[in-house]
Design a protein around this ligand. Structure first.
Ligand code: NIG
Ligand code: FE
Length: 418
């Protein structure tokens, strides 16, 4: 038994009832709901589940000789973060692209020259499972140190059945080993591999089979990179409809570089989320809201690629979307595991409020990977996945940016980072 005591400010992200808490918060009014408690404490049972949340004074009664007290030092506390979009498992890194980028080449130029995703595909194919495992484990430890307790992991750097399955196996092995919650996503349609350069149709057919096989091996979501230099709307529709027939849930890399109508496709297919959305149309974003699709904004990616950020204010204020945040951690467009930095970028580049940012990083991020019923909210009966900050409030965390403010991370009631 444990008691997290002396919490200066707790944001539970709860709206009250268990039924409500299993839903994302959409639109401007709802996204301010943080379930704040001051001078709080969280009682955790032997199974690592939350037994009670309340004022510290009221919870002193639960303390007995067996209770271990975790002192939050009057700091800010919130639910473990959910990172709903990462390319966790990959070989190598891409800092060698830096001179090209500094000389003015943009993301698609580098991809067209056979670099970009292609160079990571080659390195991933060449790596052993052990090498991929070790590299990804290092990233996971970094992510967790910044408060992430649930992570989505995509394939997408294999582009053949054998290597896509290898990536999934590595993510599943890490799931067994690391105290973190995992969500597995298949992304075999991430790019057209060099060996299929002039065989588009053939690759799209192969990719369709890869989704089905990856689903059998435990991938829950199917994702497609629909964009210039990647796959068309028609190809995306065909692949995701195929994945749907196998019972997979849908995500899209949508309208990142060129406005092809990825947001509209996400709405049409009833996707759980559409991600990036830098150049998504008003109509597409409104159609997503109508269809209950969440918008995942990736402020680290727009920052790194020096693109105009997603229109989070339009999404929240006008389209009344539920917005979530993620790192997009990958070697080419978002090489940082620092989730807190993404939250600061959301403040400054997306102009989201602190309340919206924490909703987007917890409850809505959980919803973006269909984990709303188990993650992203602190309430009795849920796992005690908790972040304790060495900071008095969320505004301090966000504005004092680029700094490690996390004092402790708990997963299922166990301290996994301190
Ligand atoms: O989400 N946009 C496409 N895919 C990744 C980047 C992958 C890479 O460059 O290696 C993304 O940004
Ligand atoms: Fe991505």
């Amino acid at each position: 038994k444990r008691l997290i005591d002396h919490i200066g400010l707790l944001w539970t992200m709860s709206s009250g009832s268990a039924v409500q808490d299993a839903q994302p918060l959409c639109g401007r009014t709802a996204m301010q709901e943080v379930g704040a408690v001051t001078d709080a404490a969280i009682a955790i049972d032997e199974e690592g589940m939350i037994a009670a949340i309340g004022k510290s004074k009221e919870l002193q009664t639960v303390i007995d000789a067996q209770t271990e007290i975790i002192d939050a030092n009057n700091g800010f506390v919130c639910p473990g973060f959910v990172d709903p979009h990462t390319h966790l498992v990959h070989g190598g890194s891409r800092e060698h692209e830096l001179p090209m980028r500094l000389a003015g080449a943009d993301y698609l130029d580098i991809l067209r020259m056979g670099g970009g995703i292609m160079s990571t595909v080659q390195m991933t194919r060449e790596c052993t499972e052990q090498q991929l495992y070790e590299q990804a484990q290092k990233s996971l430890l970094r992510m967790r140190s910044y408060g992430v307790t649930c992570v989505e992991a995509k394939t997408g750097y294999g582009l053949t059945a054998a290597t896509e399955e290898k990536q999934l196996r590595v993510a599943k092995a890490l799931e067994q080993k690391m105290a973190m919650r995992f969500v597995h996503t298949a992304l075999p349609a991430h790019a057209l591999p060099l060996e299929r350069k002039d065989m588009r149709e053939r690759f799209v057919k192969e990719a369709a089979q890869m989704y089905l096989e990856l689903s059998r091996q435990g991938a829950e979501f199917a994702d497609v990179f629909v964009d210039d230099g990647a796959f068309t709307i028609e190809e995306g529709r065909y692949l995701l409809e195929t994945a749907k027939t196998a019972g997979m849930k849908i995500k899209l890399h949508a309208d990142e570089l060129v406005p092809l109508g990825g947001a509209e496709l996400a709405a049409e297919l009833g996707a759980v989320s559409a991600d990036h959305l830098l150049v998504a149309s008003d109509e597409g974003l409104e159609a997503m809201a109508q269809a209950g699709v969440l918008a995942v904004c990736l402020p680290g990616t727009s920052f790194y690629l020096q693109k105009k950020p997603a229109r989070a204010r339009f999404m929240i204020d006008e389209a009344q979307l539920g917005v979530a945040l993620a790192t997009d951690y990958n070697p080419g467009s978002a090489p940082s595991e620092n989730f807190l930095l993404m939250l600061s970028l959301a403040l400054f580049t997306l102009r989201m409020t602190p309340e919206e940012i924490f909703v987007a990083a917890t409850r809505n991020a959980a919803a973006a990977v269909d984990r709303c019923a188990v993650a992203g909210v602190l309430r009795p009966g849920r796992a005690a996945d908790v972040v304790i900050f060495d900071a008095p409030n969320p505004q301090y965390v966000l504005t004092h940016y680029g700094i490690q403010h996390v004092a402790r991370v708990l997963v299922k009631g166990e301290v996994v980072y301190s």
